[in-house]
Design a protein around this ligand. Structure first.
Ligand code: FMN
Length: 144
């Protein structure tokens, strides 16, 4: 199964989850801001990850998803980190569905919250969060 991870990460938490998923799926994890020209033709599972900022995904990720070509039937999954609540995920799902993708999974865990001066969710994602992320990746790949 050929997977591709595209993530946005302002303070590094979602990047750590993206890297754990990439290791488990033996696939690239691409920062949305450094994506260049992405080759989607051979991709069978697209994973999209982001933090949540003011209740929303990052502007960079929203723009990227809105500019995608039609993804008719492509399987996709969303993941993210959050300080209080993963309220970016429903929006990521909505944007992927709007491009025709079929969203087959969601994963979220807390991430150290620098909006709260780093005082909240200290140490997250931790080893347990990353192990849960890896288990999520295995569940996704076992469906192929
Ligand atoms: C500018 C800013 C705004 C944030 N807004 C929210 C929010 O609305 N809800 C929430 O649950 N967490 C919020 N957070 C916490 C982040 O979503 C959380 O720390 C997340 O792990 C950040 O991911 P990143 O390190 O990949 O950027 C905010 C963090 C920052 C820096």
């Amino acid at each position: 199964m050929q997977a591709l991870i595209v993530y946005a990460s302002l303070t590094g938490n979602t990047r750590r989850v993206a890297r754990a998923l990439a290791e488990e799926l033996s696939c690239p994890a691409v920062d949305v801001r450094k994506r260049g020209d992405l080759e989607l033709a051979s991709v069978e599972l697209l994973l999209v990850g982001d933090g949540v900022y003011g209740g929303r995904p990052s502007r960079a990720m929203a723009r990227f998803l809105q500019a995608l070509p039609r993804l008719e039937g492509l399987r996709a999954a969303v993941f993210g980190t959050y300080g209080a609540k993963p309220s970016q995920l429903p929006r990521l799902v909505e944007l992927l569905r709007a491009r025709g993708a079929q969203v087959v999974g969601e994963f979220a865990c807390p991430g150290r919250d620098w909006f709260a001066l780093g005082l909240l969710r200290r140490g997250r994602p931790n080893a347990r969060d990353l192990a849960r992320a890896r288990a999520f990746a295995r569940r996704l790949s076992s469906a192929f």
